[in-house]
Design a protein around this ligand. Structure first.
Ligand SMILES: [Cu+2]
Length: 150
């Protein structure tokens, strides 16, 4: 009886941990990562990844993000002018010492071009594996959930 309750509690704990959505490696913590699918207007073939990257160490740079779930990934910066938003590719995104790098709608993001395996698009509810490489040599591999259109 007691054992059964313990096992059940453990199960609940594991579920809570899995839902937490953070991943920490070598002083860098990834908070609340998610893939946002593009509107069907774009052919539904591109997607963006957003997250907060917290750095509890010296200044670093995000150099690349790779995944098998897209034919190409890029680091993008969004620039807003009077009435248009345009995206440009960045060689790296700065991660300040003891600070954060925000990847968010209307700002910096990871762009997935040609998402999904050929002929099959990503769908809300899926999870993709993403590998982040930093200038310091740190590499973080994490699972990123796919959210639907917002
Ligand atoms: Cu973009």
């Amino acid at each position: 009886m007691t054992l059964k309750i313990t096992v059940r509690l453990l199960g609940v704990l594991l579920v809570l941990l899995a839902a937490c959505g953070t991943k920490s490696t070598g002083g860098i913590t990834i908070i609340d990562p998610y893939v946002r699918l593009a509107p069907p207007l774009d052919g539904g073939n591109n997607a963006s990844i957003y997250m907060t990257v917290r750095n509890d160490g010296p200044a670093d740079k995000l150099l690349s993000a790779t995944t098998d779930a897209a034919s190409m990934t890029m680091l993008h910066q969004t620039t807003l002018s009077a009435d248009t938003a345009s995206m440009s590719e960045m060689a790296a995104l700065d991660l300040p010492a003891n600070g954060t790098l925000e990847l968010k709608p209307g700002g910096n993001h990871i762009m997935l071009m040609g998402n999904g395996t050929p002929g099959k698009l990503l769908e809300a509810g899926q999870t993709i594996s993403l590998r982040l490489t930093f200038a310091s040599g740190k590499v973080i591999t994490l699972n990123v959930p796919v959210r639907g259109l917002e």
